[in-house]
Design a protein around this ligand. Structure first.
Ligand code: SF4
Length: 71
């Protein structure tokens, strides 16, 4: 299965939690209300999981989530 690297830029995150709502198995908010990826990287994904992560990135209001193919 393909592997992805997912990162949250804490300087862009405004704690809107859209990512946590969309994909709680991958994102959590820390004590400062900043999202972080809560699983080890790279993340092995099937197509459904890849779509979930891509959607989370696209729906982040500040484009704080970067998803890329792991090398
Ligand atoms: S959707 Fe974006 S702004 Fe909202 S908590 Fe997630 S990373 Fe932060």
């Amino acid at each position: 299965m393909p592997k992805l690297t997912v990162a949250v830029d804490p300087t862009l995150c405004i704690g809107a939690a859209a990512c946590v709502d969309a994909a709680p198995q991958y994102f959590q908010l820390d004590e400062d209300n900043i999202a972080f990826v809560s699983v080890p990287q790279p993340i092995e994904v099937n197509e459904e999981q890849r779509r979930l992560l891509m959607d989370a990135a696209e729906n982040c209001p500040t484009s704080a989530i970067q998803v890329s193919d792991a090398v």
